[in-house]
Write a protein that binds this ligand. Structure first.
Ligand code: PEP
Ligand code: MG
Length: 838
């Protein structure tokens, strides 16, 4: 078939029309090395269209590649060249083109043993990967291995081993092109973000021989540590061998001086110096830390390939910062190079190495960080545990795509099988979830919900700790170390802050949350949920007394007992936040949440309140609602039982006076939840203004405050224009807004979210990633109507979506003033907001 000129097999040369979109990252990278005059063997690139034609069995003219067989030793390698390195691809095939004649010629030049090793490795690889013969039949080694392998091939295939290099190459290309379309390859690359129709290019390169007289061998070298990102030469070098072809006198050398054995640096300092020179040049010109694959043939270095150094999240930050500090890339590019989610991995807990640990088993440390949770054996159990607020560890023999929802609901993942690129490992790393795969000695019996290991038998609900950094499974809870935030982390975020327009605040309810928020440099508290403050043992009795009171005066008396404690809560928050804005949401949940529901609890309550059990039971029944999330909660409660908001407003104002006296002036922000009509805001505002006037009068101190509305109902979004008239700010509570827009219970959606997402009903779980089409449209409508009414109104998002990078981009583009997210997601949000701006 005829392809356009840009889609033809092309020799990689400085001026050749090679672009990444058609030919893949590897071809493009090799061209850059060639342009730098680095010693790269002759290479040809096959564009994706040609590879697709080959996979489809269409005739393709491969004659441009013929000259590779007539030059040099007549051997070539074939490598995949996908658009992105992380999308992988079929394994490289080396030494294509070897046959009896080439073997004889090679035997003369580099010795028979070496020539045998090269021929044998190719026959084995061809038989197994291309002819798809049983690998067990091709495990030959020893003196007659080559002869045995050739005979075995001929017996199985009823024809001699193919001698025509062009046929060998055509078969290798066809097999690699088809492998790309296989279900496993597809699944793996899709887990890394590749689209279903991701293209594959191929690179065919002349082989540089790594065996023969003089210093020969092959290896890789990189100049940074993949785990820490610090400057350090690492890699490997194997003399007289390349890939699976192990020649005569093969030996492994260290690259740099090492007490444990001899090093390339000592044995061949000039060769080593060449490698360093090439490495430095590649870093500067490719503007990236590269791992370089090289071959040494009689002391001459060839660069075979260069790929971006594999890196941990920590290293990705360190590398980006170092490249910018060295002037190789500008700081804004460093900011763009780090995945926001990678930062959350740096924030993970680690098991304290000084603490005692009872190791149950070891496996592959597939995703770093550590977490403790109760064992669950299915995704459904994980989702149920998460809905109950319990930390759980998902233990599976191996995971499949249907388990992803369960992984989301878990704090860590453990699998009996699998390696570093198994489904569980790939997905867990993507989610920043501690994960151990291939745990030796563990037997997981999902059906009977049992895990046996080294004489221990564990059941669902038993507690274990997964140390995804070391690969150890520990019995029970382990002492944890707080995550370390190093200088690179801070530098990257300082740069990010300098580009970012949108503010980032934290959702913080407790002094501890507020301290974490400060540590991560949140610009204030965007949501303080006050209800948790009423649950502690000291306050609950007063709260219940308030609920049982029949008259407003009695309610006030009960709330007066809570007032000093609530005031203390706010003083603490204001002091920790030191003048940064603090948005306090008034009481939101339905009252029945504060009452007991079982008989025993009701009896105790009757006793403590000195009331007949029947009175208590009647009162509890009267408060119960068919659908409490859509019932008397939020502002509806605020209007019906106004004494609660009065008390909270007073506590806020008195705390404002107190905290401003000793520190920075505080301007509290008070937020009304679950609003659906303007009149609700008016009523609450009138009462809060009255409380403010009373406090000013009593204390003879002036202060200001800002009153705002939480937009959590579709009606509030639609009526945002009216509502804005009485509000200094609007904050979208996208959790409830998503629930109400979809008519989808936040607490029950887990039951069917899995099938809904796998069958494409929803592209994503809308409680994780903002539904920009539906809920997002309400946000845009609300913001637009509010701004038309009041151009300087502050607009933000404080639902869970505030910590999700995709949703942050949406908020940035919508021109919101800030987002507020849980304290540990603040760094992610700072970076994502900067990336949205750049
Ligand atoms: C929301 O609904 O988005 C919100 C932030 O409030 P809560 O999660 O407390 O309901
Ligand atoms: Mg809400």
């Amino acid at each position: 078939m005829t392809m356009p000129l840009t889609d033809q097999i092309t020799m990689i040369a400085p001026a050749a029309p090679i672009d990444r979109a058609r030919f893949g990252f590897r071809a493009k990278c090799l061209q850059r090395l060639i342009r730098m005059d680095l010693p790269v063997p002759d290479s040809f690139a096959l564009p994706a269209l040609i590879v697709q034609a080959i996979a489809a069995g269409q005739p393709v003219d491969l004659s441009p590649l013929d000259r590779l067989f007539s030059d040099g030793d007549g051997l070539v390698s074939v490598r995949p060249s996908a658009l992105m390195p992380e999308w992988g691809g079929p394994g490289t095939v080396l030494n294509v083109g070897i046959n009896d004649d080439t073997h004889a010629r090679l035997a003369q030049r580099i010795g028979k043993g070496n020539a045998d090793a090269i021929y044998l490795s190719f026959v084995q690889s061809y038989a197994i990967n291309i002819a798809r013969l049983d690998p067990d039949m091709f495990a030959q080694d020893g003196d007659n291995a080559l002869r045995d392998a050739l005979r075995c091939y001929a017996d199985e295939m009823d024809e001699p081993f193919p001698q025509d290099p062009r046929r060998q190459l055509a078969e290798v290309l066809r097999s690699m092109a088809r492998a790309w379309d296989g279900p496993t390859a597809r699944l793996l690359r899709q887990a890394k973000g590749a689209p279903p129709d991701a293209p594959l290019g191929l690179v065919v390169q002349q082989m540089a021989l790594a065996m023969g007289p003089g210093l020969c061998g092959s290896g890789t070298i990189q100049f940074v540590d993949s785990v820490t990102g610090q400057s350090r030469i690492t890699g490997r070098f194997r003399g007289q061998s390349y890939g699976k072809a192990i020649g005569i006198g093969a030996e492994t050398l260290y690259l740099t001086q090492d007490q444990r054995g001899s090093a390339l640096q000592d044995i061949a300092p000039e060769v080593f110096a060449d490698l360093i020179r090439f490495g430095v040049a590649a870093r500067e010109r490719l503007r990236e830390e590269m791992q370089i694959e090289f071959v040494i043939s009689d002391s001459t270095v060839s660069l075979i390939d260069a790929v971006r150094v594999q890196r941990s999240s920590r290293a990705s930050v360190a590398i980006a910062v170092a490249l910018a500090r060295d002037g190789v890339i500008p700081p804004e590019e460093a900011v763009m190079r780090v995945e926001p989610r990678a930062l959350s991995e740096l924030l993970h807990h680690q098991v304290d190495p000084r603490a005692p640990r009872q190791v149950l088993a070891r496996g592959i440390n597939a995703s770093p960080g550590a977490a403790t949770g109760k064992i669950v054996f299915s995704a459904a159990a994980a989702q149920a545990a998460s809905a109950r607020g319990e930390a759980c560890v998902l233990a599976r023999r191996e995971t499949v795509p249907e388990d992803i929802r369960g992984m989301h609901a878990s704090v860590a993942v453990l699998t009996e099988r699998g390696g570093t690129t198994s489904h569980a490992a790939v997905i867990a790393r993507g989610m920043g979830l501690p994960c151990i795969v291939g745990a030796t000695g563990i037997a997981i019996d999902g059906r009977n919900r049992k895990l046996t290991v080294n004489g221990h038998s564990l059941r669902e609900g038993d507690e274990i700790t997964i140390d995804g950094s070391s690969g150890e499974v520990l019995l029970g809870a382990a002492a944890m170390l707080e995550p370390a935030l190093d200088e690179n982390f801070n530098q990257l975020l300082t740069w990010a802050d300098s580009y970012r327009r949108m503010g980032v605040r934290a959702n913080a309810d407790t002094p501890e949350d507020a301290r974490t928020a400060r540590k991560f440099q949140a610009q204030g508290i965007g949501l303080c949920r006050t209800e948790h403050m009423f649950f502690d043992a000291e306050r609950l009795p007063a709260m219940r007394e308030m609920i049982f009171a029949n008259r407003p005066e009695d309610r006030k008396l009960a709330l007066d007992r809570i007032l000093p404690m609530q005031r203390r809560d706010f003083i603490d928050l204001f002091e920790i936040m030191a003048g940064l804005p603090v948005t306090i949401r008034l009481f939101d949940p339905p009252l029945h949440e504060f009452l007991p529901h079982d008989r025993e609890g009701l009896r105790e309550l009757a006793e403590s309140m000195d009331l007949p059990l029947s009175d208590v039971t009647r009162r509890v029944d009267a408060l119960s609602e068919f659908n409490p999330m859509l019932g008397m909660r939020g502002v509806r409660l605020g209007i019906t039982v106004p004494e609660i908001y009065d008390m909270q407003a007073r506590a806020i104002f008195e705390a404002t006076i107190e905290a401003s006296r000793s520190g920075d002036a505080v301007v509290p922000e008070i937020m009304i939840p679950l609003v659906s009509a303007m009149r609700e805001v008016e009523l609450v505002k009138n009462r809060i203004d009255a409380v403010a006037a009373a406090v000013r009068n009593e204390r003879r101190v002036d202060f200001t405050y800002r009153l705002g509305v939480m937009v959590e109902t579709p009606r509030a979004a639609l009526r945002a224009g009216d509502i804005a008239a009485h509000s200094a700010f609007l904050s979208f509570g996208t959790n409830d807004l998503t629930q109400m827009t979809y008519g989808l219970s936040r607490d029950d959606a887990g039951r069917f979210m899995g099938p809904y997402v796998t069958q494409g009903v929803y592209a994503e779980d809308p409680f994780h990633i903002l539904d920009t089409d539906g809920v997002g449209e309400l946000l845009l409508i609300g913001a637009e109507r509010a701004r038309t009414q009041k151009p300087d109104i502050t607009i933000s998002v404080c639902g869970e979506h505030g910590g999700n990078p995709e949703s942050i981009t949406f908020c940035h583009e919508a021109g919101f003033d800030y987002i507020s997210c849980s304290p540990f997601r603040v760094p992610v949000a700072r970076l994502a907001a900067a990336q949205a701006q750049i």
